[in-house]
Design a protein around this ligand. Structure first.
Ligand code: C5P
Length: 250
């Protein structure tokens, strides 16, 4: 009956453009990773937490290792255990490494540190679905934009714009998918073990963990996510997150 939570903080943060790992960037007064860890702990869903840190990062002042050490020092009497692993070159590699460190748990939540403001209710909805028997569960929200399919054409009008619309997808049937995503540990581990044989192009197309299970015929349940669960990717996301943290809605 043990639940593990993987917190992925091994990304470079290139698109955010601060020249440091994204999870180390300050949101309010604390690094993004610290917010993410506080969210996991506040939700009370984890027996074990494994944090994937950037490949090659040496422990020391001003590092994500230090963020984890400080967090641990402040939670000495906690019921959960927390450890770190070195992340991989891709998100999926980082997940696979963290899963190896979680051997023995029954269920696992995989969470992006880049989503530091996920409400505790979302963690709990995902964890509850697993306890109720789901082998895979993802939090998602309705899509608010109209979504169109485009094709890049190199025809005569390319000087106006090389992109042309080829179709529409009914918005009602679409969901924007977030983390934490929840899984039976055995199902996710098996899927990742098999995924190491994908070629680079196939691996690139796998942008979340649920996809790996969908392709194996495992039903993926959808529960309500939250607009607070935004993923910090570009500078505007950081401004939005600062607003959520301080604003009247917080
Ligand atoms: O780059 P992106 O924002 O899509 O990354 C999503 C999450 O995956 C982030 O929390 C990032 O730290 C993590 N990641 C990772 N290892 C990688 C690449 C991304 O843990 N090699």
């Amino acid at each position: 009956s043990r639940t593990g939570v993987v917190v992925l903080a091994a990304g470079s943060g290139q698109r955010l453009g601060f020249g440091i790992p994204k999870a180390q960037v300050l949101l309010g007064e604390e690094p993004i990773l610290r917010h993410a860890l506080a969210g996991v702990v506040a939700a009370s869903v984890a027996d074990r937490i494994v944090v994937a840190l950037p490949h090659g990062e040496k422990p020391g002042p001003g590092t994500l290792h230090e963020v984890v050490e400080v967090f641990l020092a402040e939670h000495r009497d906690a019921e959960w255990e927390l450890s770190v692993v070195e992340g991989g070159a891709t998100r999926a590699d980082s997940v696979a490494r963290a899963l190896s460190a979680l051997d023995g748990v029954e269920r696992v939540l995989v969470h992006d540190a880049a989503r530091p403001l996920v409400p505790v209710q979302v963690f709990q909805r995902v964890a509850d679905a697993l306890v109720a028997g789901a082998r895979a569960v993802i939090p998602a929200i309705p899509v608010v934009d109209t979504i169109k399919q485009v094709h890049t054409s190199h025809g005569a009008d390319a000087d106006i714009s090389p992109e042309l619309v080829t179709g529409n997808i009914a918005r009602e049937s679409l969901r924007a998918v977030q983390t934490p995503q929840g899984f039976s540990y055995a199902a996710l581990k098996a899927a990742h073990d098999d995924a190491q044989y994908l070629d680079d192009k196939q691996a690139e197309a796998i942008t979340d963990d649920a996809m790996l299970l969908e392709s194996r015929g495992v039903p993926v349940h959808v529960v309500a996510g939250s607009t607070y669960s935004l993923k910090i990717t570009t500078p505007v996301d950081l401004i939005l997150a600062e607003g959520l943290l301080e604003g009247p809605l917080a």
